[in-house]
Design a protein around this ligand. Structure first.
Ligand code: ATP
Ligand code: MG
Length: 393
């Protein structure tokens, strides 16, 4: 029987948390494969996914994007008597190309009557007799692993490995709040945070009627794509019109964006605390626009003590674009709908804002009241089902 052997990789360095890691990983795999007929068996060193239908390739394709998985191997399970194992090895090797090989037997069943080295010799002789090849113990083209356990033996080779995405299982780090706009950067930032095990909730600021319902649906669509990597993303939508209009009416033009973004951070902190999110995450990238110079970032960041993680801070735009294509958000991100940051854009936004000036200007608006109202009227979308843009992509 063919099954999938899961190697944990980086997880194994986290000794104390290992049980928890594997439990969450197991849950995430089950979530991802909920439409498939499978069994999962696991212990602290490895996991087996056992497809009950003939669709192992399809399952591998699906599961290799689950964060926390580093390598998948197609393995063959047989009864652990020696004749069965011999027969299976011959059948597996029929389809392999190799000039040199090595057998690596491990016995977790120490009562098994044949020792590992002796077992290597038995299988090694069998391979030499049936194929034109040589043994190479240092650098074999084909490494044949045989694991003898109490109930079964598992056979797999280095040619049946599939690289998986890596990272940590989503959820192991608790929750973060992603400021998700309709742009290219923030979905990529969200993906990278998920990959480090952070569960996400998303926050979107909308300013109707200045921003359209299409702009909002685009953000929901991006969240839906991110959701394929995680499975339980929620999106909170903040009505931002009143605050934004107050800013444009009262704040000097050069400081509008700086103050707009300070308001976003203030609201984000409030929502994060309410939703039990430990960090804020955004798609800022050093130097990309005036509000993302180091001075701007520090003046904007000044309104919160919460850690703000910027996964793409040090990426070039082209690197971000490349990743967004890879994770499937790019085509949606480039759909042309206005975001609240792209309406009323000042001609000369300040590049080196001063904190004292921000504080002075902010006295011109009753922002605490407007923030209270915005947070109170926040809408939360829990089910990300619809695909508004499938005809446009
Ligand atoms: P992106 O950075 O996602 O490509 P963008 O470049 O239009 O979009 P910026 O103006 O660079 O956005 O804003 C920087 C970051 O601020 C975004 O990456 C996002 O995290 C956050 N942000 C901007 N606009 C919004 C919004 N309307 N709702 C939520 N977050 C936003
Ligand atoms: Mg950006």
């Amino acid at each position: 029987m063919k099954l999938i052997l899961v190697k944990y990789g980086e997880l194994t360095t986290k000794k104390d948390n290992r049980k928890q890691f594997i439990k969450i990983l197991n849950k995430n795999i089950i979530d991802k494969l909920r439409d498939y007929n499978i069994d999962i068996k696991y212990d602290l060193s490895r996991m087996f996914i056992i497809p009950k239908d003939d669709n192992i390739e399809e399952i591998i394709n699906k599961v290799k994007d689950v964060f926390g998985l580093h390598e998948l191997v197609i393995a063959y399970q047989v009864n652990n008597d020696v004749e069965n194992i011999k027969e299976e090895v011959l059948s597996i090797l029929k389809d392999k190309q190799f000039n040199t090989f090595k057998i690596n037997t491990k016995r977790s069943n120490k009562k098994y009557p044949i020792h590992s080295l002796e077992f290597n010799n038995i299988i090694g002789s069998l391979v030499l007799k049936n194929f034109t090849c040589k043994v190479d113990v240092h650098n074999p083209e084909l490494l044949i692993n045989i694991e003898i356990r109490d109930d079964f033996a598992y056979i797999y080779t280095n040619q049946d490995r599939v690289k998986a995405v890596g990272g940590y299982p989503v959820g192991i780090q608790g929750k973060g709040l992603l400021l998700l706009s309709g742009g290219i950067d923030s979905p990529v930032a969200g993906y990278l945070a998920l990959k480090r095990g952070v569960d996400l909730e998303c926050l979107y600021f909308e300013s109707p009627p200045h921003t359209s319902v299409e702009a909002k649906n685009k953000v929901l669509e991006l969240a839906k794509i991110l959701n394929t990597y995680s499975g339980n993303i929620k999106v909170h939508v903040i009505p931002f019109t009143k605050l934004q209009e107050a800013i444009y009416k009262n704040i000097p033009e050069t400081y509008m964006i700086t103050i707009l973004r300070r308001m976003m951070y203030r609201i984000a902190e409030r929502v994060a605390k309410k939703r039990n999110c430990k960090i804020l995450i955004n798609g800022e990238s050093i130097g990309q626009v005036a509000s993302q110079t180091l001075t701007s970032m520090s003046v904007i960041n000044n309104v919160t003590n919460m850690p703000v993680i910027r996964p793409v801070a040090c990426f070039d735009k082209l690197e971000i674009i490349e990743l967004s294509k890879k994770i499937g958000t790019y085509k949606t991100s480039i759909l042309p709908y206005e975001d609240c940051c792209t309406i009323f854009v000042p001609k000369h936004p300040v590049i080196n804002p001063e904190l004292s000036r921000c504080i002075e200007y902010e006295k011109l608006i009753d922002y605490n009241l407007l923030i209270d109202e915005a947070v109170k009227n926040m809408e939360t979308i829990k089910k990300l089902e619809k695909n508004e843009f499938k005809d446009l992509l």
